[in-house]
Design a protein around this ligand. Sequence first.
Ligand SMILES: NC(=O)C1=CN([C@@H]2O[C@H](COP(=O)(O)OP(=O)(O)OC[C@H]3O[C@@H](n4cnc5c(N)ncnc54)[C@H](OP(=O)(O)O)[C@@H]3O)[C@@H](O)[C@H]2O)C=CC1
Ligand SMILES: N[C@@H](CC=O)C(=O)O
Length: 399
Amino acid sequence: MKIGIIGLGTVGEGVFKVLTNEKESIFEKSRADIEVKYACDLNIEREFSFDFDKSVLTNDYKKILNDPEIKIVVELIGGETIAKQIIIEAFQAKKSVVTANKALIAKYGVELFQLAKENGVSFLFEAAVGGGIPIVTPLMESLVANTVTEIRGIMNGTSNYILTKMKEDNLSFDEALKIASEKGYAEADPTYDVDGIDAGHKINILASLAYGGSIKFKDMQLSGIREISTVDIFSANQLNSTIKLIASSKLLSDKSVQISVEPTLIPNSEILAKVDDVYNAIETTGSYTDKTLFYGKGAGMDPTASAVVADIVKIVTRNHIESDYFFNSTKVFEIVDSNTVKDSYYIRVSDDFDIENSPFELINQIENYYIILANNISKNEINEILKDAKEKLILRVMK
Ligand SMILES: NC(=O)C1=CN([C@@H]2O[C@H](COP(=O)(O)OP(=O)(O)OC[C@H]3O[C@@H](n4cnc5c(N)ncnc54)[C@H](OP(=O)(O)O)[C@@H]3O)[C@@H](O)[C@H]2O)C=CC1
Ligand SMILES: N[C@@H](CC=O)C(=O)O
């Protein structure tokens, strides 16, 4: 089957490399005979990391969309403008699409799935969550016997890399982010990584797959790792805990979910506390399986390419579930405000706060901050108590 790859950046070059270098072994294992007819990028004069026939290169993606021989379009540009247009035009031209574009799926999944269905083509996106970790296929297929009620984990490689390097190597936030970008982990706009937006896209997708229906991305509560300081990393360590950016989702009823992304203190005895560098780990709770953990590299050229290639093979071999259950517009979950949920919290507050006359018990004082652990209280209640403090940070504590 002839395919076209659009976007030869970190992931696109990786996919083209794997399909070129592993052509025979993929055929041997799956009987999928995949030929990259066109590989498209804006800059086709640059050096590539592997050898191939340069005549397949083009800088005009329309060549791919207009070629009736091409049955699968692999969209790896990213972003929400031209990439969305390409996917829509591919569907209209009766071509299946494989993408890693989680931003598009989280925001426009309902619309795109509907269009794929109307045109009788497939739309697969294993690489959109967890890089090289198979997690989309398990939720859509392998765990089909279960009602999956909870999903939680580390879903952004860049922020996990930054937190690890700040803790282990004393790197500054900016130094660690620079290396993550050089390694190809970060998004084109790294604010998506560090502000919890990328992890938000991913948990939105997983929850939509697990519960059926859809969840409005714009209504989700997201916070990132920008405000985490060395004081917090040190304090967490003293509490035998580690700070990780956790995306989580809990099915509360057939109409409502609790879903968020937030930096969280995790006891060092928990597996998630030990997931470092670019690794991701995603834990699902199923009605029959109970807890299942998926662990692996969450970003980067080779792991992500592995997931994209798996989707291409699935389409070529017609080996995947097509269903109206996922991203269904008729079932939209209400999001419960997690700031109202009583939980345990780590608090760092500037020492202008009148701690003597507060309900909180001081556990440490570092530089100009009080460190507090508070139990059975909501974030909104804490914010009310701390409302006059000059500076504050409130992190959920995982139980
Ligand atoms: N990097 C990772 O580890 C992962 C990325 N993803 C997702 O995969 C997608 C791709 O990411 P990534 O490879 O990192 O991004 P890159 O920015 O590295 O690659 C995108 C490529 O697309 C090219 N491009 C832009 N516009 C066009 C166009 N009109 N026609 C042809 N090519 C174009 C860019 O060229 P130029 O640079 O000249 O603009 C660039 O080479 C994104 O959706 C991302 O979220 C998913 C999982 C992991
Ligand atoms: N920027 C993302 C890339 C993979 O999805 C990340 O760091 O996890």
